[in-house]
Ligand binder design. Sequence first.
Ligand code: NAD
Length: 488
Amino acid sequence: MQQFQHYIGGTFSDGAAQFDSVDPATGQVWAKMPEARRADVNAAVRAARQAFLSPQWAGMSASARGKLLSGLADLIAQNAARLAELETRDTGKIIRETSAQIAYVADYYRYYAGLADKIEGAHLPIDKPDMEVWLRREPIGVVAAVVPWNSQLFLSAVKIGPALAAGCTVVLKASEEGPAPMLEFARIFDQAGFPPGVLNIVTGFGAECGAVLTSHPDVDHVAFTGGADTARQIVRNSAENLASTSLELGGKSPFIVFEDADLDSAVNAQVAGIFAASGQSCVAGSRLVLSDRIKDAFLARLKQKAEAAVIGPPDDMATEVGPLCTRAQVSRAEDLIAASETAGARVVTGGRPLEGDGYYFPPTILDCSGAPDAPCLTQEVFGPVLSVVSFTSEDEALQIANDTAFGLASGVFTRDLTRAHRMIRGIRAGIVWVNTYRAVSPIAPFGGHGLSGHGREGGLQAALDYTKVKTVWLRTSDDPIPDPFVMR
Ligand code: NAD
């Protein structure tokens, strides 16, 4: 049985209690995790505040911060195999994906390493003759970062990278589901030479660890990724400390295919868009909005690909679809599919969990034409479930695409350039992928609106969001300031 520890103030410690971590491939407990309660969280925030004020960190040049981040990126690359293996073991995400993703986790840290000394203030052309006025960009303070189980190394990199580049300090709460890769990441971070307390990593349950952290009076900003219901709690928690928040939430992203699209590419992108990570991805293209002129042919190809996917143990490089992370996710998918069938949807393939050990759910396609209220069409399943709806005109495609409370990602497949531009303009989502899907880069911002949250991760803006502006007024005249009470 493996044991993991928290990382607080540069030292490793056990939590107030421990909890079991289950291997989703077998349903068996494989590790003991430390559980942070109030005292542990308080200690982590205290360590982050002390580090924030310490001369070692506050007095460090931005270039030196960048060098430390760059060294961290190298360490991540050197330890990639171990990190990928642990993420696969603890969350069920297949090794093909965790190994590929860890390479660009290192790239994100490298990108923010380069940005650290490019976060500039500004000089204002002020409307007064004897004043110099400029803006300093200063770190926002202590950041509470809270992440869900899927892609924790990546979802934490897009918070820790820009926050440390800007000079903040961080307490990261790893998900209680599959925290092993984050707790191992702490061991790697510890070798990178940052002053103690700059990054603290704990795990525990939302009700105590998460709530205490996000309402803590000494936290200045909360960076959250997770579900909309939890986000509402976080916003309520931030009424305590009045911390600013950035919320990266879920989606019900439309994947729109017109009849003139390159259908082979569209099928492959749709398969990757919904069945990669077993659909446990915030940007999953979970609503296929399909031209009725190609519906039957397209669905036949998709069905064939879905049924040919190799389902198996996540640590096998041949596996294409692994287990879901938790038993609760399996039940959620099952329940939403059953309710969608009641609402008139038809299962094209899949639809039921696999028998046996582990939390396996096959790629599933639901034809929801004529069932607009099917829950799978309106709610995020967070599983390998694709809901299909067809359209006859471009206007109808746009109307269906925007008929959602979410607004994270979208995909458009067409060879018609002018139509592509009309769709880009019309779609209400934070990301539009045209003739591609699920592409990401450290350089490109990422985020949504509506129930998908607010704020952007990735890119330059994300680093600026971890700063606050200080306005400086400096009078350049040596003339005495006149006595304000003497009338002239
Ligand atoms: P979740 O909201 O249940 O949990 C996320 C994190 O919040 C966990 O660490 C949890 O312990 C913590 N938490 C729970 N209650 C809390 C509270 N009261 N106060 C503070 N923290 C609390 O999410 P999940 O089910 O683990 O993850 C799936 C969700 O995450 C999906 O909706 C998915 O779309 C979303 N997600 C979004 C993105 C994005 O970038 N937009 C990326 C990945 C996942």
